[in-house]
Design a protein around this ligand. Structure first.
Ligand code: PAN
Ligand code: ZN
Length: 193
């Protein structure tokens, strides 16, 4: 897998492939399969059943811009469509280790950005062309609420840091389920069963 560039990073053009979501030139690419997502979905029995095919749930392709202070790394996340116990495919979700904001731009598919500051859950609908703003101190998780891959660009300060433990401890305020009239937000529950 290609590494991040070493400073000084030159000005660069970064292209992306509509079909694969890959970046060119490319930095590291992260693949998260169902088996990487223990404890993420509310319905643990449904998650265990999904381990049989162990499908890819999402991929994160990065440009070579490194995660270092002063730089602005970019990544493209592709969440494949699907549900586990009625709950839509989603990212693990994290809080930035330092108080840093982030910008998401919807590229394709239908998704949503779930935000939580420890008290207030917020939901931002994301479609191609939507800009979602994540302020500092808000944990964030992305959800594919459609039938196609949901893809977005993320741009964030290089010294943000990713704290997954915060979400494991505090949850995300809401969970997003398939409903007859569209995505249904229900109060967060920690995994059971
Ligand atoms: C994004 C996320 C990406 C994957 O680039 O890291 O969508 O989500 P998880 O990191 O929660 O698995 C971002 O918010 N970076 O800061
Ligand atoms: Zn982030």
């Amino acid at each position: 897998m290609p590494p991040f560039a070493t400073p000084p990073v030159p000005p660069m053009h970064v292209g992306f492939d509509d079909r694969s979501g890959g970046m060119s030139p490319s930095g590291p690419v992260l693949v998260r399969r169902m088996s990487d997502l223990r404890g993420l979905y509310a319905d643990q029995a449904a998650w265990t059943a999904a381990l049989e095919s162990d499908d890819v749930v999402y991929e994160v392709a990065s440009s070579p811009v490194p995660e270092l202070e002063g730089e602005l790394p970019q990544s493209i996340t592709t969440i494949l469509p699907g549900r586990v116990g009625g709950e839509f495919h989603m990212t693990k979700g994290h809080m930035h280790t330092r108080p840093r904001g982030e910008i998401y731009l919807g590229l394709s598919g239908l998704g949503g950005l779930l935000l939580f500051d420890g008290e207030r859950p917020q939901w931002i609908e994301m479609r191609p062309g939507s800009i979602g703003y994540i302020p500092p101190h808000w944990a964030h998780r992305s959800v594919n609420v459609g039938d196609e891959p949901y893809r977005f660009l993320a741009v964030y300060p290089g010294d943000s840091g990713h704290d997954y433990g915060w979400v494991a401890e505090h949850g995300m305020g809401h969970r997003v389920f398939h409903g007859s009239g569209g995505p249904e937000l229900r109060p967060f529950t920690f995994p059971a069963g």
